[in-house]
Ligand binder design. Structure first.
Ligand code: TRP
Ligand code: ZN
Length: 885
């Protein structure tokens, strides 16, 4: 619960540590009703911290101190002081050794931070500040130490004992116990420490690095999951190869281990040499995991592996620099996925996610810069802004410098800072030094929050044959920041003539054209670029590949958008034109609904989608992406005041109209793809993802017709598919349909067949939690009583409650506020069990400013109720208080 810790911490107050820890020797004795941790810290005064010997203040929470020694001298109560968060003592010389013994209770740790039990196994999660719940320490990332760890446990229940680095010794003890010692030769901050003890099986493989070193690769899972690790292993080997080829980065230890655990607050953790993963991000095989899950496993394996350089070898000086490792590593893993599958589809998925969720965060009460300057609880800052917007900032540097100079910059960064804890400024400096470019103004992306708005207007001068584009940028106020200075906005663009050909681009003052697609740097609040030698008014294709995380506005009409959908050479912008067309059409329907008029769908959307569906030469994944109308959450984000009912009604109406008008081509594409699926073994590759995604989105439209032949096809796909992608899609379609009998039967069959597979049951919960039909809240209530559900498992909370509050907007935002009351109740319960999960779960309530006054009042009342509910964790307190402020 809240301690003196929940004060606000400021970047400007950063000071180097008074003391350093050269060596850390840990011994863990694990028992069923408690565990003992002995720590020997070999310390010295930090020469950079000035003269004298200040008090040594160690972090420590929920630790029962049993013994404390300074240089072998036992300290009594008068020799130290102890609060609920710190242990202070007075060193008497520059170099000294602190020995402590503490008792902790992993067996009752439901916060899943520090040392805890997941099922029968022991595991750890130390980032960001979990190590202080294991032992007294300088728990900050700029204190880096060499760790040796001995783990002792009962042999039968915990045959596998793991920690970071290399195993150096092991043996038996009396009483059926055994021990193992691990040594990590690399200095690391405590947040990268890990320990695992359990009854685990492993799949073993090896990788030969570019300098011909053999690395042993091991993925540890509970025995029943041993058949679901091959995909993660293949992904790991592809990641290791990619990082060598694209960044010149080689793995550095002789062994790399991944352990899958069922109870985990996030996706995975990059502990040195011993990554610990949420089992949802490791386990995947065709029968139990969807295509999306396969891609997530691959991306998270890559992400955590890439952290070995971007995070571990070069780490963060303090937690304000979190995006230094997270933004960079997300950029690296997204490029890996783009290179491995379809670049355009990956970009579409990432941008759709960013614009729906990160833009909402950036417009809400928790908005913060990519490098925040204050926080109360650092766990609350593992946000979409740090990760996804941070990745966009790196992508813009890549765009501005080009791939060669960017690589020169990353080489310099890794070389210059290997073994150090550094800042975002250090990263940018390496990019500047390697490229010779000045990124001073660009760095505003790190310090100013909010999503910039970029308005573009055009002017054509037929006599002068010039075409000019004028840009006007602005950025809304965010908490603590009212005035914003202009950003550097890289705008990739092209110009199309009336036939859809790309024009050669020559700016005023240039002697020759420079290609047909180029990047303009918009650096001023208002700025005009003039293209010369333009013989007829062109149509601009702006912000190609989404070259900057901004809200672009250009007054396209619907015919122009249809033209871009067909002719733009940039695949991302073809999709984007389709999205903008859909948004215009849907907003028109929303207006009709609000005025009580009959809804009338603009037939141009039908025509545009028909053209795509009938063109078999197009990438099927692209067709599927184009068929997916903008989601309700995105329509909410771009509304001034979101009208929940109108948004839902408009989108459902459009889907039904499209389904009716396009029944024949949808049915043809569905049947062709389903036939191929029946005769093709499951492969986790782009072309197969593409086929299944078009098949499944077609099925979801077709079912809206309620035709018996579609129902038969859907039930057949549900019952006979040999993979989870087809089976789950069919189940979701049934659940959202009016066919009660078939739906009940399918849900029961599915639950019976997969009852022993918690990850599959998560999917079963999510599909029902997301169903927009009336009675959603009652269904969620009932599902919470299901024997497979528990509030103690974060995956279950996300699958049921999270999916309901984030994806089932029409039910969550029920006009009577019952959805809000339900969510607040769960937050209050979870606050005591798992503060990190409680605080994440409450995000939808913090968006109250988006809604009409009646909903605003109901949402605020629930936030007030949480605030008054008793002793709040710093996690929940920070989010609730900031969102009411
Ligand atoms: N560093 C982890 C990553 O790769 C994030 C993470 C994992 C985390 N577990 C956590 C952050 C628990 C906070 C709390 O993204
Ligand atoms: Zn990460």
């Amino acid at each position: 619960m809240r301690t003196e810790q929940s004060k606000t911490i400021y970047l400007k107050d950063y000071q180097v540590p008074d003391y350093l820890i050269d060596e850390t020797h840990l011994t863990f004795e694990l028992f069923e009703d408690h565990s003992l941790v002995h720590a020997q810290l070999v310390m010295r005064r930090n020469p950079e911290a000035g003269a004298g010997l200040p008090k040594l203040v160690l972090d420590g929470q929920q630790l029962e101190l049993l013994e404390l020694k300074l240089d072998d001298r036992e300290l009594g109560e008068g020799d130290y002081s102890l609060t609920d968060s710190h242990l202070s003592l007075q060193p008497t010389q520059d170099r000294f050794v602190v020995d402590s013994s503490v008792r902790i209770h992993p067996e009752s740790n439901t916060a899943l931070e520090g040392l805890y039990k997941s099922g029968t196994m022991f595991c750890t999660q130390c980032e960001a500040e979990g190590f202080r719940k294991i032992t007294f320490y300088l728990d900050r990332p700029d204190v880096m130490s060499k760790f040796t760890t001995t783990v002792s446990a009962e042999q039968h229940a915990y045959p596998v004992l793991l920690s970071n680095g290399n195993p150096i010794a092991s043996g038996g003890e009396e009483g059926g116990r055994h021990w193992a010692t691990w040594e990590d030769p690399f200095k690391k901050p405590a947040y990268l420490f890990a320990l695992v003890a359990g009854d685990l099986w492993c799949v073993e493989d090896s990788f030969t690095t570019m300098s011909s070193r053999e690395v042993a690769l091991r993925i540890y899972v509970e025995p029943e999951n041993i058949d679901k690790v091959q995909h993660a292993m293949d992904s790991l080997k592809r990641s290791m190869k990619w990082d060598e080829e694209v960044y010149g980065r080689e793995y550095d230890l002789d062994i790399f281990m991944i352990v899958a655990v069922n109870d985990f607050n996030m996706g995975a953790m990059e502990n040195k040499g011993l990554n610990i993963f949420n089992s949802s991000c490791v386990l995947a095989k065709a029968e139990t995991a969807t295509d999306a899950a396969h891609q997530r496993v691959e991306a998270v394996v890559a992400h955590e592996y890439f952290h070995n350089w971007s995070g571990n070898r070069v780490t963060c000086r303090d937690w304000f620099q979190l995006s230094l490792k997270e933004g960079f590593t997300v950029f690296r893993d997204s490029e890996f996925s783009a290179d491995t599958h379809s670049r355009t589809v990956k970009r579409i998925e990432d941008v759709a996610y960013l614009r729906t969720h990160q833009f909402a965060e950036d417009a809400g009460p928790m908005a913060h810069p990519v490098r925040p300057d204050a926080y109360m609880e650092i766990s609350n800052f593992y946000t979409l802004t740090i990760y996804e917007k941070g990745s966009e900032v790196l992508r813009m540097i890549h765009t501005l410098l080009g791939p060669e100079l960017f690589r020169k910059g990353s080489d310099l960064y890794f070389e210059r800072h290997d073994g150090q804890a550094v800042t975002c400024d250090d990263f940018v400096k390496a990019m500047e030094d390697a490229s010779g470019q000045d990124l001073t103004q660009f760095k505003r992306w790190y310090t100013q929050a909010g999503t910039p708005r970029l308005e573009v207007s055009e002017a054509y001068d037929a006599a002068a044959q010039t075409y000019s584009l004028s840009f006007r940028q602005s950025c809304p106020a965010t908490p603590g920041q009212s005035e914003k200075l202009p950003f550097v906005i890289p705008v990739a663009l092209g110009l199309l003539d009336a036939q859809g050909n790309e024009l050669a681009l020559r700016l005023q003052g240039e002697s020759a054209a420079q290609g047909t697609s180029r990047v303009l740097s918009v650096t001023e609040a208002e700025q005009t670029f003039i293209f010369e030698g333009i013989t007829a008014k062109p149509l601009p294709s702006l912000l190609r590949g989404f070259s900057a995380p901004v809200k672009l506005h250009f007054p396209y009409d619907r015919d122009q958008l249809m033209f871009l959908m067909q002719h733009d050479s940039d695949g991302f912008n073809r999709w984007e034109a389709g999205q903008q067309l859909s948004v215009q059409v849907l907003q028109e329907l929303i207006g009709q609904h609000q005025r009580g008029e009959a809804l009338v769908l603009d037939q141009r959307l039908v025509t545009a989608l028909r053209t795509l569906l009938e063109d078999e030469s197009l990438d099927q994944a692209m067709v599927a992406e184009m068929l997916s109308l903008p989601g309700e959450a995105y329509l909410t984000e771009i509304s001034e005041v979101a009208d929940v009912e109108a948004i839902h009604a408009a989108r459902e109406f459009a889907r039904k109209e499209l389904a009716a008008a396009l029944f024949a081509p949808l049915w043809a594409r569905y049947q062709a793809n389903r036939e191929t699926s029946k005769t093709t073994p499951y492969v986790a590759e782009a072309a197969h993802f593409a086929r299944r995604s078009l098949q499944n989105i077609a099925l979801s439209y077709l079912m809206l017709s309620e035709k018996p032949e579609v129902l038969v096809a859907c039930v057949d796909q549900f019952e006979n598919a040999d993979n989870m992608t087809e089976r789950l899609a069919a189940l979701a379609v049934l659940v959202n349909s009016p066919f009660q009998a078939e739906q009940g039967k399918a849900l029961a069959m599915f639950a019976d067949f997969f009852k022993d597979n918690p990850l599959v049951m998560d999917q079963w919960f999510s599909v029902q939690a997301g169903c927009p039909l009336p009675g959603g809240l009652e269904r969620v209530h009932a599902l919470m009583q299901h024997e497979a559900f528990t509030l103690k498992n974060p995956n279950k909370v996300r699958a049921l409650i999270g999916a309901f509050a984030n994806q089932n907007l029409i039910n969550f935002h029920r006009a009577d506020g019952a959805g809000y009351r339900f969510l607040a109740d769960q937050v209050i319960t979870l606050n005591a069990l798992n503060p990190q999960i409680a605080s994440r779960l409450l995000a939808p309530l913090t968006r109250w400013r988006k809604y009409g006054s009646a909903r605003q009042a109901l949402m605020k009342a629930e936030l007030e109720r949480i605030l008054a509910s008793g002793e709040l964790s710093s996690d929940v307190y920070e989010v609730v208080s900031k969102s009411l402020a």
